[in-house]
Write a protein that binds this ligand. Structure first.
Ligand code: NMX
Ligand code: MLT
Length: 394
């Protein structure tokens, strides 16, 4: 269905060259104009959630009140926390995260309202309640998944109502570097939405179109995000660089990178973090991460390697004519930044992508219900019928 316009999706739109806009505003503008946390250099995800929902930036006072409201909504039940803590240690964090979301589903305001028989025109209001709850709870869910997987037995701070979502998440995971708070703000802002056709947002839209509640829809979306061609590419991209480093150490040439890439391609594997279904230029989100690194992170071997890959890999991929976009996407660089701050559990990276994507997916579901969009049910065709159609020329 590449290139086929088949969805109404209100909150964002992707341009093949200029990248994503949220409510018509590009990331440069949002990063400059959206309210930032006190003492921070980056916009807060709360402000971006407000923008996605309403189409306008909140002022400083509104974002403060909104932050307080989200904090009130963020509580997890003991059952949910216990469930996550008791999941097998080796289970992938994305699986735990998705199960965690499902375990909150009995609290769905939408599901209760639907079963009480509220009129259709009120569906969006109950979807909004669930959407705000989910955006607030995912911070806590992610922290519980992280701590129960990697920080077992450690005493860690609980949520702090004076902190924004990003700072809270970083602090609850046991990190205290204020520059990491800022990276997390940038991270959660730039991953929030990528129009309606991404595997995750489209999945949420499709599931919710059956009037499955927002918890069911978001959890399904996370199962799509967990795929290596989608959100899991962020862990794969860092592993790609670390494997290269293991082999070549700190001294390598452009040729070494080129040979390494060709070797992977010859095994019919993909180069994670490169290519895109829609983008035809470097993903602006990747550039924002590089700019953050330039200002805040002292150059190290991995950052040098990341930059050199950016110079070498597109030239190699461009020679393989079937690859439509040889440029890096957001996943190429995010892991290197997280690793710099000590977050060295690659398996967890896609959970952070998922936390961020809640903002876009949840905002768009509110609009889908406000527009009363119908159940999504495209036609399909069997191979025999397809062959018949082709041979008859119709
Ligand atoms: N490495 C190797 N082969 C590639 C790559 C890549 N990075 N990108 C595209 N191709 C191949 C692709 O597998 C396909 O091969 P085949 O016909 O044999 O199936 C061919 O090139 C044509 O694909 P495109 O039309 O260029 O890309 P498509 O829209 O099908 O897929 C991606 C888009 C993003 C799935 C693809 O570029 C890819 O697999 N990239 C690596 C994984 C990745 O970084 N995913 C993250 C996407 C962003 N995100 O955050 O979700
Ligand atoms: C995303 O952010 O979801 C990815 O770039 C994938 C996409 O846009 O299809």
């Amino acid at each position: 269905m590449r290139g086929l316009t088949g969805l109404l999706y209100e909150t964002s739109k992707l341009h093949p060259v200029n990248g994503i806009t949220y409510r018509g505003k590009d990331l440069n503008e949002i990063i400059k104009q959206s309210p930032r946390a006190s003492g921070g250099t980056q916009p807060t995800p709360e402000g971006v959630l407000w923008l996605l929902l309403t189409g306008v930036y909140p002022n400083q006072e509104e974002v403060k009140t909104f932050q307080e409201e989200l904090y009130q909504r963020s509580h997890l039940s003991d059952e949910t926390e216990t469930l996550i803590r008791n999941l097998p240690e080796k289970m992938h964090p994305m699986t735990k995260f998705s199960i965690g979301v499902m375990s909150c589903q009995p609290d769905s305001n939408f599901a209760k309202a639907y079963h009480k028989g509220v009129p259709k025109k009120e569906y969006w209001e109950h979807t909004l309640e669930d959407s705000l709850d989910i955006c607030a709870k995912v911070i806590q869910l992610a922290a519980v998944v992280y701590n129960s997987t990697y920080n077992r037995g450690k005493q860690l701070p609980g949520p702090d109502q004076d902190l924004d979502m990003s700072a809270n998440l970083v602090q609850m995971m046991g990190f205290s570097d204020k520059s990491f708070y800022d990276l997390m703000r940038l991270y959660l802002v730039i991953h929030a939405d990528h129009e309606g056709g991404t595997v995750s947002s489209h999945t949420a839209h499709c599931v919710n179109s059956a009037l499955s509640d927002p918890y069911l829809a978001y959890s399904a979306a996370m199962n799509g995000l967990a795929g290596p061609l989608h959100g899991l590419a962020n862990q794969e991209s860092l592993n790609f660089l670390l494997d290269f480093e293991k082999r070549f150490g700190h001294i390598w040439t452009d040729n070494d990178i080129a040979n390494y890439v060709e070797e992977i391609l010859s095994e019919s594997r993909v180069i994670p973090g490169y290519g895109h279904a829609v983008l035809r230029k470097t993903d602006p989100r990747f550039i924002h991460l590089l700019e953050f690194a330039e200002k805040n992170i002292e150059e190290n071997n991995l950052i040098r390697l990341l930059n050199q890959c950016y110079t070498v890999i597109p030239k190699i991929l461009d020679k393989h004519k079937k690859i439509k976009n040889p440029w890096p996407n957001v996943d190429a660089g995010s892991g290197v930044m997280l690793l710099h701050y000590g977050l060295n559990h690659q398996d967890f990276y896609t959970v952070l992508f998922g936390v961020s994507r809640a903002l876009g997916i949840m905002s768009s579901l509110v609009w889908s219900r406000a527009f009363n969009l119908p159940i999504e049910r495209p036609n399909s065709i069997t191979l025999d019928l397809l062959l018949e159609k082709v041979s008859s020329g119709k």
